[in-house]
Design a protein. Structure first.
Lengths: 412, 384
């Protein structure tokens, strides 16, 4: 029996039982109402009560079984299905027995539904825990092979021999090196280029939309700019690699410079364009949240509109704008497809944006999409890089949340 | 009255500042136009495909070696995908045996690219004259490229299409909807309507905001480590991809549903409570129907985002070569953006225009989804 079969039987069996239970319980309730007088709850609640009685133990048993199964303790799908269906049928009978004129079915159903809502809310917590642990465990295994300090400060990334060792064919050749400094440097360079495009354009666009444009123009401009954020990153990656990179190479040639086809400039600029709407929309919101009396007061003192914006509005909105920047930086660092398609694969410690560099996300994709042994240091390195990425973006996000919270308190 | 020089300077600075703002907007809009013109310009040729008229001689040797069906000088001009079907065709129609038919065949991608005038077409010099002559004689013609919409991926560029990827996308999206919408809406209901205001609730809220900003590739690592390695979901399957994307979309749906629930005025809840409804009845009968348009809009936007996502799906292995639409959610599948990515890394020139055409299909779907969301929001927007 494959997992798919078990799943199918489990769902189909419970679905049929639930429908039967609902119809049966509801009919019994209606019958009681017709013969004995008005029920405590509406007949529907009796139906749902029976359904909840069947599904709750079934899902608990299924959950426990899958945990045991994953830890390799049991593997008897037939027994699982048998237990699930027998308990379900017993509970079916019990719930039907419970149905009496003054049984508080509504309260019972509401209690179960509220529990269900709570469990749903727990899933988001589980997701975070899942991300942290899935990255952390493999990363720790990696740091058992390669010391953390060498990983963070080493300047050569040369893992080519790692898979030989992983395959038990350590022939005493070159030792794999996992110095990730050139990778961090590449990420930093592309992020800086992206910000050099996104911050001025995004901020000035926000100022224009919130302070100069009429509300009609603004209502057209804002969604139009947001199209930029809705374009899939794989499309930007293609555009950067096929259209922008050759343009950069040609432009560099015209200036007498040499540029690689995998230069850092093309993905950087395109990533910046992608991020414009993040900055413009968030900044537009905070600029509009600045109270009008501040502007009126400033204008009444005889300043021009631009002086009001520069000396009164922007300083008031500054924390919110900084928060938007932080979110944008975190977005740029974690962006994957643009750099995978348009940036290089070779780690390169350079300050020249015309050369190819590589980034953290590129290395993660490279390590996990190849046909490497899962346990080799090469694939584990992806998780170590993922851990760094997770920590950096988390710090940026939390920083921006704190700043925003402080800012919103100021004008409330 | 004349203005003082200082005032003139300030006025000039004022105009300049406004001009910078306008420049920023114009830059972004120009980029958008340039981008769409470029992509559409690259994609349009892919919707036409060259077909070539060749004499096909059906005989016994064709069954063993399909190359023999076509005279040598045309053999390299016809797509292999056409040649490969000849044996089956002969079995299905035995009356064709030992006849020669003039047939329209799918042309090789080199012929196609050569006639479209693209550089790097790869057609050998000795064939170029023949091809040009045949084109003038009407023996090669361009037809609408239906294969692109009715076939899956193929190693033969002229035969590659988006159908398998589109089916994969639909499957993945259905799983994402089935998992993320109910859980997201229930979480939002819990947080907005039932949760006590304590530390734990606050922790959930902070956590959800953080999840919304975590890079998508980390969800891929989660999917790989938890769904594939621990739970044993088949690698590359629509299920693995759908579950991963569901977790990624969850925060978007929670945040938009909460906003929609919050916009329902308190007076409606109070009125329902006043008539004796229980807290669950208030939510299910009154708040949820009123918040429904907002929930729908938020879900569509979240799902459009998921549909365009590639990075986490690469990590869970959804970039395999998939020539046929997947039969079930456990089979290896690919999705539109991943198909775009695999085509973009092909070196054959004909794949470039197919990549652009795939992008055009993807963008059309995504922009229509977003437009639908905007339309629904406008249509059902209620001002209390």
């Amino acid at each position: 029996m494959t997992t798919a079969d078990i799943f199918l039987w489990f769902t189909a069996g419970l679905l049929i039982l639930s429908i039967a239970a609902y119809v049966f319980a509801r009919n019994k309730a209606i019958h009681i109402e017709n013969t004995e007088g008005r029920l405590h709850s509406r007949p529907n609640f009796f139906g749902w009560y029976a359904v909840s009685k069947i599904l709750t133990p079934a899902f608990i048993i299924g959950f426990i079984y899958s945990i045991l199964h994953m830890s390799g303790l049991v593997s008897q799908p037939q027994a699982l299905l048998a237990i699930v269906f027998i308990t379900a049928i017993i509970n079916f009978a019990i719930s039907i027995k419970h149905i009496q004129r003054n049984f508080r079915a509504r309260q019972a159903v509401e209690k179960t539904s509220k529990r269900l809502f709570f469990i749903a809310a727990l899933i988001s917590i589980l997701t975070t825990i899942g991300i942290v642990f899935s990255v952390l465990f493999e990363a720790i295994r990696f740091f058992n092979i390669i010391p953390l300090w060498d990983f963070l400060t080493g300047t050569t990334w040369n893992p080519d021999t790692a898979f030989l060792i992983g395959a038990g064919r350590d022939e005493g050749g070159a030792v794999p090196e996992f110095g990730s400094l050139p990778i961090f440097a590449g990420t930093l360079m592309i992020t800086v280029i992206a910000m050099l495009v996104a911050i001025p354009v995004g901020l000035f666009a926000a100022i224009y939309m919130s302070e100069y444009a009429s509300s009609r123009v603004r209502n057209i401009l804002k969604p139009t700019l947001e199209i930029l954020a809705g374009i899939p990153t794989v499309v930007y990656g293609f555009f950067a690699a096929i259209t922008i990179s050759p343009l950069v190479v040609k432009a560099a040639e015209a200036l007498g410079l040499h540029a690689d086809f995998t230069n850092a400039l093309a993905p950087g600029v395109i990533m910046g364009v992608m991020i414009i709407p993040f900055i413009s929309s968030l900044s537009d919101d905070v600029i509009r949240a600045v109270p009008q009396p501040l502007r009126d007061g400033s204008l009444a003192l005889g300043t021009t509109q631009s002086e009001t914006i520069r000396h009164v509005v922007l300083p008031s909105a500054f924390p919110g704008i900084v928060a938007a920047f932080l979110l944008a930086v975190s977005r740029a660092i974690g962006e994957t497809m643009i750099v995978v398609m348009a940036a290089g694969l070779r780690p390169n410690l350079t300050a020249n944006p015309l050369e190819g560099v590589t980034t953290v996300t590129v290395k993660i994709v490279e390590a996990l999409t190849g046909d490497q042994e899962f346990d080799s240091a090469f694939t584990l390195a992806a998780f170590a890089l993922g851990l760094v990425l997770l920590i950096v973006t988390l710090v940026l996000n939390i920083g921006s949340t704190i700043i925003v919270r402080k800012f919103t308190q100021r004008y409330e | 009255m004349s203005l003082s020089p200082q005032l003139k300077r300030r006025y000039r600075a004022d105009k300049r500042f406004k001009f910078y703002g306008l420049t920023a907007i114009v830059f972004a809009l120009c980029f958008l136009i340039f981008f769409f013109v470029d992509i559409i310009g690259k994609a349009v040729p892919a919707f036409e495909q060259a077909y070539i008229q060749v004499p096909v001689s059906y005989n016994q040797s064709v069954i063993h070696n399909y190359n023999r069906a076509i005279p040598k000088e045309y053999r390299r001009l016809v797509s292999k995908s056409f040649l490969r079907t000849l044996g089956q065709k002969l079995e299905a129609h035995p009356e064709l045996m030992n006849t020669t038919q003039e047939e329209w065949a799918l042309a090789n991608h080199r012929v196609d690219q050569f006639l479209k005038g693209h550089e790097g077409h790869g057609l050998k010099k000795k064939y170029r004259k023949t091809v040009e002559q045949m084109y003038q004689d009407g023996k090669i013609e361009f037809r609408f490229n239906t294969n692109f919409f009715t076939r899956g991926d193929s190693k033969m560029a002229e035969n590659a299409g988006v159908l398998a990827a589109a089916m994969g996308s639909i499957m993945v999206l259905l799983i994402t909807i089935a998992v993320s919408v109910p859980i997201g809406v229930m979480t939002a209901i819990y947080l907005e309507e039932f949760a006590p205001d304590n530390r734990f609730t606050q922790a959930i809220e902070v956590n959800i905001n953080n999840l919304a900003a975590i890079p998508s590739i980390l969800y891929g690592l989660l999917g790989l480590a938890i769904f594939i390695n621990v739970m044993g979901v088949p690698r590359s399957s629509a299920l693995a991809g759908g579950l991963t994307l569901a977790l990624m979309t969850l925060p978007v749906i929670i945040i938009s549903t909460r906003a929609a629930l919050r916009s329902v005025p308190q007076s409606i809840r109070d009125a329902a409570f006043g008539l004796g409804a229980s807290s669950l009845q208030v939510v299910i009968h009154h708040v949820l129907p009123l918040a429904f348009p907002g929930i729908l809009t938020g879900s569509i936007i979240g799902l459009a985002q998921a549909m365009g996502e590639t990075a986490p799906l690469l990590i869970v292995g959804m970039m395999a070569y998939i020539p046929d639409a997947p039969g079930s959610i456990f089979d290896a599948a690919t999705v539109l953006p991943a198909q775009v990515y695999t085509w973009s890394s092909e070196s054959i020139r004909a794949f470039e225009e197919r990549t652009a055409a795939g992008i055009l299909v993807l963008l059309t779907v995504l922009l229509s989804l977003n437009a639908l969301a905007v339309y629904l929001r406008k249509k059902f927007e209620v001002r209390w």
